[in-house]
Design a protein around this ligand. Structure first.
Ligand code: 7MF
Ligand code: ZN
Length: 876
């Protein structure tokens, strides 16, 4: 555990590394009790860092130091010092060979950072600062070195993997074996990886555009070997796409993926040896849902794309994290858009941004895409750095166009290949390649908060001219009271009364990207015979909130006619949002609730529209989530949100019953499973209909769900039916179905996780008492983050009703789990506490209960640096 009051690190304090490491030779001896690490480093004074020979400072955490040698001579203990951060060694010459031996205990490592064991298999996670838990090293991304790694292990670990190419293997005299790997590319320590275990693999090959053969391997426990095909297909698609769209080829002869059950996040892009959370790589039609298939495709691509955006060109320091993450998320989003439905992908990403990232930007942990300071870097792997960071890259793409953006990325990769660089270097490359000035645009990297655009318009009949006035503002965030205007690309279309796109300029363009750069600005258009209707922020061209006073009629019109699919969806969201707002008001005032008939009819015509992609129809039929409503509210009245949404769902279901049933029947096909976009689209609409039908709680509807559950040949249909039953079914029947399901799938880890989260995430089923029962279930494991996310995470993040119980017991429960988890895995504890941090936004009674839970975490004893940072900042 680290100090209770950890230091704050500032971007402005960045200094070049004092020493460089030209080569790194690692030697691991894996043993049941304690692993021995020997590290041999070629150290050289960094000429750019200044004169003299300051002490060599190496990072090290929880290491047992055994010996230090320089140029073959044991260094006496008087010439080095173990300090809280690691090791300080006196230096006498500008170049030398340093050898350090130390011991670690992977078998006791529950933080899942550094080297640890998962189901008897050794694996590593080094990003961001996990390498210092393996050996003493300058653990910072701007120190790049060529790694050679030897792993010695008992034969019960037949597979021994590390980065790069295998160069040697053999037996030791005492009956163990070893393998040596060499990575020809210099890399920072955070990209180091080691895996050792009894693993099986599937193998394939890929020929690059220039004709090189690459071996592709996916490693997993024997029981999961049949679940690797989709990941392998996704990998090959991603490799092709990066060649076609970015001109980037893979650069080693082998690319390996390993699936691991205990993993703090989704996956990790270690050079040549990606390590994945099992949940993000393993899938079969019988065990994985469509959502999982799509997630795997996206994450495999994301990690693969890092080979260029992250590994070949890496980050100078962790403040630049979005340099690789924002860019790579943008790349994987475009890949997914090309592989599936572009509009649906955009809607999903914007929904995530609006609910979670906007909330982060308005909360106590708000920070810019490039933060100025942090206590614990793990806490800054956030939606702001990833998702808003990707939006920032997308805006550059919008401003430069696809061709200009490609010129910029080519220059960026060529100019900085093999370097550790900054967000500034990325923007500069984009500017230089296109001869543009992005000075003002750079504020997106340094200013936190979600900008708001207030838009008004006027039409002059006499001249036929139309004027749009845009005012921008940005609320204060911690440490940033005042904001300067952003450069916001506002994509605009204007619709005629017939619903056609009107020409906006002399060239006849029907869509323009307006450069909003001032606090207040007007844009003039002319040549209109009547007042046009604006379609604003098409495709969500900037991560902002747009306010424009649309009438219900105008929104209905846009829902039907906008040529931009995203804005058709968004018009529906605005309409639903207004209706739900009215219902919340009526609920608070004790009035009888009634759903606006226009909303019902709008949903009916969407459902009847056969020209639309069924996946888009499913998205358009979904009411804004409770979390979205909470984010948009000035003050959160949890009860009103829950009751209003529940009422609206029920009312829609009753009114649309016949249409829903018709669509369900039409789409319920008996055909073999395929994760093709068209099939996924049909299943998503079908299961949306089923869920609405069950919301009526009619016996007929529940029977449909029961039949689908009994007969389903794929997990998508099975899980959707079970979810509907859990949410609306009769209690004893549901218990039986849950039991049947568990018995059928109890040996499959991923399905058991789904089974947990279906229950914990259900407003009806996941009561506190049931969640506590699930935690006592033999399949639950507090040391496994996936299980924690499936049970406690699903409750805190997706069970709005039960988590927000008015007695505050949901908050107290989560606080208790956070305290327990912090002793095992600080990163997971610090993420789980986030739902408790926005207490200031809640109505006073509930907000006070939330604050008290947070306070109880603070008072519980010594916290990890991770948890301390989040809790202390949230209590301020
Ligand atoms: C897709 O970014 C999008 C985001 C860090 C760990 C994976 O490649 C990564 C790693 C965190 C949060 C989200 C993602 C990752 C991490 C992720 C994965 C796939 N460098 Br923490
Ligand atoms: Zn990433």
């Amino acid at each position: 555990m680290k100090d209770a009051q950890p230091n704050t690190v500032y971007l402005k304090d960045y200094k070049l590394p004092e020493y460089l490491i030209d080569s790194t030779k690692l030697h691991f001896e894996l043993q049941p009790k304690g692993t021995l690490v020997k590290s041999q480093l070629k150290v050289r004074r960094n000429p750019a860092a200044g004169a003299g020979l300051p002490p060599l400072l190496l990072d090290g955490v929880e290491l047992e130091l055994l010996s230090v040698s320089i140029d073959g001579q044991l260094v006496p203990a008087s010439r080095y010092q173990e300090i809280p951060a690691g090791l300080s060694i006196e230096v006498e010459k500008p170049e030398f060979e340093l050898e350090i031996c130390n011991r670690i205990s992977p078998e006791n490592n529950t933080s899942l950072e550094g080297l640890y064991l998962s189901n008897g298999m050794y694996c590593t996670q080094c990003e961001a600062e996990g390498f210092r838990k393996i050996t003493y090293y300058p653990d910072r991304p701007d120190v790049m070195s060529k790694f050679t790694t030897t792993i010695v292990a008992p034969r019960q670990y037949p597979v021994l993997l590390s980065n790069g190419n295998e160069i040697e293997r053999g037996a030791t005299e005492d009956g163990r074996h070893f393998v040596t790997w060499e990575d020809p590319f210099a890399k920072p320590a955070y990209l180091f990886a080691l895996v050792a275990g009894d693993l099986q693999r599937v193998e394939d090959s890929y020929t690059t555009a220039s004709g090189r053969q690459v071996t592709l391997q996916i490693y997993t426990e024997a029981k999961n070997i049949g679940k690797c095909a989709h990941a392998m297909r996704s990998l090959k698609k991603a490799m092709r796409w990066d060649e076609e769209v970015y001109g980037r080829e893979y650069d080693l002869d082998i690319f390996m993926i390993v699936a691991v059950d205990h993993f703090n996040m989704g996956a990790m892009e270690n050079k040549g040896l990606n390590i994945f959370n099992s949940a993000c790589v393993l899938a079969s039609p019988e065990t994985a849902t469509d959502a999982t298939f799509q997630r795997i495709e996206a994450i495999v691509a994301h990690e693969y794309f890092h080979n260029w955006s992250g590994n070949r060109v890496t980050c100078r320091d962790w403040f630049q994290l979005s340099l690789k993450e924002g860019f790579t998320v943008f790349r994987d989003a475009e890949f997914s858009a090309d592989m599936n439905s572009r509009a649906v992908k955009r809607i999903e990403d914007v929904s995530l941004l609006r609910t979670q990232q906007f909330a982060e930007d308005a909360g106590p942990m708000a920070h810019p895409v490039r933060p100025d300071s942090y206590m614990e870097i793990s806490n800054f792997y956030t939606l702001t750095v990833y998702e808003k960071g990707a939006e920032v890259v997308r805006m550059i793409h919008t401003l430069l166009g696809a061709e200009g953006f490609r010129k910029g990325s080519d220059l960026y990769f060529d100019r900085h290949d093999g370097q550790a660089v900054t967000c500034e270097d990325f923007v500069k490359a984009m500017e230089d390649a296109n001869g543009v000035d992005l000075t003002q645009f750079r504020r997106w990297y340094s200013q936190a908060g979600t900008p708001v655009l207030d838009v008004t318009d006027s039409y002059d009949e006499a001249s036929g001219s139309y004027t749009l006035t845009v005012r921008q503002s940005c609320p204060p965030t911690p440490g940033q009271k005042e904001k300067l205007p952003f450069h916001i690309p506002l994509a605009l279309g204007l619709l005629s009364a017939e619903g056609k796109d009107l020409p906006l300029d002399e060239a006849g363009n029907t869509q323009l990207v307006l450069p909003v750069t001032e606090a207040e600005q007007t844009f003039h258009f002319s040549g209109f015979a009547e007042k046009p209707l604006p379609s604003l922020l098409r495709g969500f061209s900037a991560p902002v909130k747009v306010r424009y006073d649309y009438s219900s009629e105008q929104l209905l019109f846009l829902m039907r006619n906008d040529s931009d699919a995203f804005n058709r969806w968004d018009a529906g969201q605005r309409l639903a949002f207004a209706a739900l707002g009215q219902l919340q008001k009526d609920y608070r005032n004790g009035k009888t609730l009634q759903l606006q008939p226009e909303l019902v009819e709008a949903y009916r015509s969407v459902l009847r529209n056969r020209d639309l992609d069924p996946a888009l129809v499913a998205k358009m039929l979904a009411l804004p989530s409770e979390q979205t409503l909470a984010e948009e509210a000035e003050r959160i009245d949890a009860e009103a949100i829950i009751e209003a949404r529940k009422f609206a769902r029920h009312a829609l279901a009753e009114a649309l019953k016949e249409d829903l049933l018709e669509s369900y029947r039409r789409l319920h096909k008996d055909k073999p499973y395929s994760p093709e976009a068209a099939d996924i689209a049909e299943r998503s609409l079908k299961n949306t209909c089923l869920d609405y039908l069950c919301a009526t709680e009619d016996a007929d509807a529940l029977l449909l769900a029961q039949q689908q559950f009994d007969k389903a040949a794929n997990m998508t249909d099975c899980a959707a039916a079970l979810a509907a039953l859990v949410n609306y079914g009769n209690e004893t029947d549901v218990d039986k179905s849950l039991e049947t399901f568990y018995e059928r799938w109890k040996l499959d880890t991923q399905v058991v996780e789904l089974w947990f989260s279906l229950q914990s995430g259900s407003a009806r089923w996941g009561t506190l008492e049931r969640v506590q029962t699930l935690m006592a279930h033999p399949a639950f494991e507090l040391k496994n983050p996936n299980k924690v996310r499936a049970v406690i995470g699903a409750f805190a993040n997706r069970n709005f009703a039960q988590f927000h119980r008015t007695d505050g017991s949901g908050f107290e429960f989560v606080a208790q789990q956070v305290i327990a988890l912090d002793k095992l895995n600080p990163q997971i504890a610090a993420r789980l506490v986030i739902p408790l941090t926005r207490w200031k936004k809640y109505s006073s009674a509930l907000g006070e209960k939330m604050r008290q839970s947070l306070e109880s975490v603070m008072q519980s004893g010594k916290l990890s640096a991770d948890l301390y940072e989040v809790v202390s900042k949230s209590l301020q």
